[in-house]
Design a protein around this ligand. Structure first.
Ligand code: ATP
Ligand code: ZN
Length: 584
């Protein structure tokens, strides 16, 4: 098929999309469902203000008030919700989906039809067209200064904030820096685990300097219609230049600028072209124009070095997981506008949320608020937070547990008790803050939450301890139920133990027999193979398992007691666990 025909197909698709989304927006405007929190909705019911509710299985439900207004709120999906409504004299209309979902079904049907039509004309064109459409839709919200974010909205991350703060003055008075002949960085790279506030920091930089914020994501550029990625980059920068001073944010930059390793694994031709366009644009604007490009990635080690050269993303700022103080501040920040009960101890919550990112902490506070609202409580209590903690960590509690046999429950109880027991036995400094055998909807049987002491470095002993903790579940299963009856429940534990053992031997030089050689370097340079490493790690892990079995066997009374308590209460708190384990 010739290119001009492809372009025609694309045009048709884009025009029909524009028409359809026009209709869609129009319909939506007509109805104007007012966003209403569930709590307010209940107030409306109590005040006898609700005329009708459209009941469905959807997560959101709609309805009409007696004053003629339409509203939309969360569907509580409780069993007697309908009865509750009827008792309050409200008309209930059962639908197989609210109007809004009907609209979207219609919407998607039409997209589907257009897509299929395009498919018949040309498979490739349709794929690209779909992508184009996605890109079109997110072009619109590129610029977004409606709710200004400032550094006050970012808790913790003090070093990153300080580093970015220097740039605020530059963004405000670029001329001043020009006068002194100072060269400001064009690009800033924020790197660190997901959800640690990188996007938030970039927004805050723009917010503090009171300049516009333009955002795109590297993943939007994957497999774009040939040449489109590059032209999109150019149009993004020309937009930014029009505004003069601004912050351009590129999330997931690794999708664009992956390290090129020979010919394999690296970026495609297309992403190379996009990356080159980005680099050209970055060196294209004058030094003191007042545009700063901020990029974010979860993995700085996979980035193409071309991106990190001077004059590009030469200022690199790590945005790490929050420590206990930062966690406390993040929790406080997200608890500010929420009615917290006096018994809520955010310091304690901060202690128990090791490895939680800012996003997870925000999620924890939000889940707690949702629970309190669902239960029509006046305040968010510690109990809500504890339950939300569970949800954030492993997913919703499975409500219907009738299908879980007594035997499965027993196995889970011994397995988790095994982890907890070994945690406390290998080091008295380890804390076990919760053990649970409540199954989650994500398919998790239970968990044992332990907090290692805060240390900058991990010692060899710490790693070995952690390997044995991971093996504790399987060891308990084998000792109680016998070699033939061990289960698949330990597969995740074995994965962790294997990873730790491999790094111990292959990366950290912590095994005398294997020596100090780093296997990653060898494999990267295609020297030798990893047979030796695998053999040695396998032998070590078997040894650790034997030791773990020893620990569990010697403490079998404690294991029995823990498991019995777990079977009775389903969830044990730190105090209860310590009482059982530390008795003599
Ligand atoms: N330090 C923090 N202070 C306050 N809130 C935070 C912090 N870190 C994360 N959050 C909360 O988490 C949300 C998500 O964070 P954000 O999107 O900035 O993370 P990110 O590092 O860009 O993640 P990703 O790498 O997944 O894109 C924020 O909107 C905010 O509510
Ligand atoms: Zn386990």
């Amino acid at each position: 098929m010739k290119l001009d025909k492809k372009v025609k197909v694309l045009m048709i698709v884009i025009i029909s999309m524009a028409l359809i989304s026009g209709i869609f927006v129009y319909i939506n405007k007509e109805n104007q469902y007012k966003e209403t929190s569930y709590k307010i909705f209940l107030e409306y019911v109590n005040k006898n203000m609700v005329e009708r509710v459209d009941l469905s299985d959807e997560p959101r439900i709609t309805g009409k008030l007696k004053n003629g207004e339409y509203f939309i709120t969360d569907n509580p999906r409780t069993e007697n919700f309908k009865e509750y409504l009827l008792k309050n004299n409200i008309k209930v209309i059962e639908t197989n989906g609210s109007l809004v979902t009907l609209q979207s079904v219609f919407f998607f049907l039409v997209i589907g039809a257009v897509g299929v039509a395009a498919y018949f004309m040309n498979n490739n064109a349709s794929k690209q067209a779909q992508k184009e459409i996605e890109i079109m839709s997110d072009m619109e919200d590129i610029e977004n200064n409606s709710n200004v974010v400032t550094f006050a909205d970012v808790a913790g991350n003090e070093e990153a904030k300080e580093s970015l703060n220097e740039l605020v003055d530059f963004l405000k008075n670029p001329e001043k820096y020009g006068r002194y002949g100072a060269r400001m960085p064009r690009g800033v790279l924020l790197y660190g685990p997901p959800g640690t506030g990188k996007t938030l920091l970039a927004k805050a930089l723009a917010g503090e300097a009171k300049v516009p914020f333009f955002a795109v994501s590297g993943s939007d550029f994957i497999q774009v219609y040939a040449g489109l990625g590059a032209s999109r980059i150019r149009s993004l920068f020309s937009k930014a230049k029009q505004k003069g001073k601004s912050v351009v944010f590129i999330d997931e930059i690794d999708a664009l600028g992956k390290k090129r390793r020979g010919n394999v694994g690296g970026g495609s031709e297309e992403s190379d072209r996009t990356l080159n366009a980005l680099l050209t644009e970055m060196s294209g604007f004058r030094e003191n124009e007042g545009i700063i490009v901020v990029a974010a990635t979860n993995r700085i080690d996979t980035l193409d070095e071309a991106l990190l050269r001077p004059g590009r993303f030469d200022r690199q700022i790590e945005v790490g997981l929050p420590d206990i103080n930062a966690r406390y501040r993040i929790l406080k920040l997200h608890g500010e506008k929420k009615p917290l009960a006096p018994d809520v101890d955010l310091k304690k919550v901060a202690q128990e949320t090791v490895y939680f990112s800012g996003a997870k902490l925000e999620n924890l506070m939000n889940e707690s608020a949702m629970m309190a609202a669902r239960e029509n409580e006046d305040f968010i209590t510690m109990n809500h937070i504890n339950r939300a903690y569970y949800t954030v960590l492993v997913g919703e509690e499975k409500k219907d547990r009738s299908c879980i046999s007594a035997k499965d429950k027993e196995i889970t109880a011994y397995h988790e008790a095994g982890h907890a027991l070994v945690t406390k036995m290998v080091s008295t400094l380890n804390r076990v803050t919760k053990v649970s055998i409540i199954p989650s909807t994500k398919g998790m049987g239970g968990f044992s939450m332990n907090i290692p002491p805060n240390r900058m470095y991990q010692r060899k002993k710490d790693i070995v301890d952690n390997i044995m903790i991971a093996l504790g579940g399987r060891a308990a299963e084998e000792i109680i139920f016998g070699k033939e009856n061990i289960t698949t429940g330990a597969s995740n534990d074995l994965k962790k133990a294997t990873e730790m053992t491999l790094s111990m031997v292959g990366s950290f030089g912590m095994d005398e027999e294997a020596g100090l050689i780093n296997y990653e370097v060898l494999l990267e340079n295609k020297i030798g193979n990893n047979d030796e490493l695998v053999k040695r790690a396998g032998k070590l892990i078997d040894g650790f398992y034997e030791e773990t079995m020893d620990i569990v066997t010697k403490n079998i009374d404690r294991l029995q007691k823990l498991a019995a308590e777990l079977l009775e209460k389903e969830m044990l708190e730190e105090k209860e666990i310590n009482e059982i384990i530390l008795q003599d």
